[in-house]
Design a protein around this ligand. Structure first.
Ligand code: SF4
Length: 443
């Protein structure tokens, strides 16, 4: 955990970007995950499998060519082939233990997600042997989607061909920006020329779904350059465009510099500007036939282009987390693995537990988690929550929803509550209204 002073994150979102996490990625907040619930994970994997609950696999690759200045993940930029192979072997051992457990026996993942870090930083040889072994341990033939995150500068046609042959259906390219100067001062390893080459190779190989990531509000971003980035994305014509608004958590290089300079305000655009940029991108993409399907994504063909990982996770699927610092969710228990590479490998090798913190949730917390995550799609269906949890969300959140409606943020349709575009772009700041009282202050 960061030892940084507690500076309250900018929940209001009207102002400058302050240090802290703005986005709500899970619920209950991480501050409530603890040591004493670690044993619940062990009990869960030793209990009988559920009759019907989708299963997914998240595989974390913690290696990158370079650490971006806005990065808040644990990544390693200096590991040798030997150290990387030690890690891959440890993750396979971890997978084997899960596959042998009563909770997983006979179950097959419906989605597989390779995230990081940079999965595409692995060599072709390592990728093939890793995934052959993974499939032998827990076959993927039922997987509707296999996502693979890539850093464009690590991709050659040969590597992309190998990635396609692994069974990857959704290729996610971390482009972030098209201007080399901006990529450079934000610490990115790739340059725009590599983006165009990688994209062309990937299109030629016929991936089902290509997603590109952009970040609104990188250091030195301008109106003019942002508009140019949108033009370039439209020219590429990917199946899905994901746009993040830049946040500056405490464990980033940007925050380190802020601290040295005694500044509480990040040297990037304020929240209103970032929202305006995302809005501009969404409007331009919509005029090209895309549909906005969440606070962060626009897709070309929503009928065909799915995001199984997100939709399964946000409706309560189980997900086995593999690898260092990885986050998982099994039978209502959240957990995260050890966050240091050596400690993780050593624990696996010596048969010690690798879960670092966990949280056993109750039914009410699971309900709040789902409604919070599903609001990020810009709409919720009351009948879904009535059927699954027996809760009338309109009654439960009557005051909150009335306030949202009065502010013009919410529109009620038949069995659908929908956020306005303006509200969607700042949805993460609204979600705190839905937290249980005991979770509000520490979030
Ligand atoms: S590529 Fe992604 S994971 Fe790697 S350092 Fe940059 S932001 Fe972090």
């Amino acid at each position: 955990m960061s030892k940084a002073p507690r500076i309250k994150a900018d929940r209001e979102t009207k102002d400058e970007t302050k240090a802290g996490n703005y986005f709500v990625s899970n619920y209950p907040p991480f501050a409530f995950w603890n040591d004493s619930d670690i044993q619940c994970v062990e009990s869960m994997v030793n209990s009988p499998k559920p009759s019907e609950r989708p299963l997914g696999l998240y595989y974390h690759v913690p290696f990158c060519r370079k650490r971006c200045h806005f990065c808040y993940f644990r990544v390693y930029t200096d590991k040798s082939t030997k150290e990387i192979r030690r890690y891959l072997a440890a993750t396979l051992k971890e997978l084997q233990a899960y596959a042998d457990s009563p909770y997983l026996q006979g179950r097959k993942p419906e989605f597989v997600y390779f995230g990081g870090g940079t999965p595409s930083s692995l060599s072709v040889k390592d990728l093939i042997s890793l995934t052959d072994e993974m499939k032998r341990i827990l076959p993927w033939e039922k997987a509707e989607e296999v996502t693979f995150e890539c850093e464009p500068g690590t991709l050659t046609e040969k590597k992309l061909e190998a990635i396609k042959n692994l069974g990857v259906t959704r290729l996610s390219l971390g482009i972030e920006n098209f201007k080399d100067h901006i990529l450079e001062i934000n610490g990115r390893a790739h340059r725009s020329e590599e983006v165009f080459k990688a994209y062309e190779f990937a299109r030629g190989l016929g991936f089902d779904n290509i997603n590109v990531d952009l970040i609104a509000g990188m250091l030195e971003e301008t109106d003019e350059n942002w508009s140019d980035c949108i033009d370039r994305v439209i020219d590429l014509s990917p199946d899905c465009v994901t746009i993040y608004q830049m946040e500056v958590p405490f464990n980033t290089g940007i925050y380190k510099t802020m601290k040295e300079q005694g500044s509480l305000t990040a040297p990037i655009a304020d929240w209103q500007t970032k929202r305006r940029w995302v809005n501009e991108a969404f409007e331009r993409l919509e005029s090209e036939g895309y549909s906005v399907t969440s606070a962060y994504t626009a897709v070309k063909n929503p009928e065909e282009t799915k995001f199984v990982y997100r939709d399964s996770l946000w409706t309560g699927a189980d997900m086995v987390a593999l690898g260092v610092a990885s986050f998982g969710h099994l039978g209502g228990i959240h957990y995260q693995n050890l966050t240091h590479l050596d400690q993780y490998c050593e624990s696996i090798e010596t048969g010690k537990p690798v879960v670092r913190r966990a949280l056993l949730t109750n039914e009410e917390e699971l309900f709040v988690r789902e409604i919070i995550l599903q609001w990020k799609l810009g709409r919720v269906y009351p009948s879904y929550f009535q059927e699954k949890f027996g809760i009338d969300v309109q009654e439960r959140y009557a005051e909150v929803f009335e306030a949202w409606e009065r502010a013009g943020d919410l529109e009620k349709r038949e069995d659908e509550l929908r956020l306005s575009r303006d509200a969607l772009l700042r949805v993460d700041s609204m979600l705190y209204d839905l937290f249980l009282p005991r979770h509000k202050d520490s979030a």
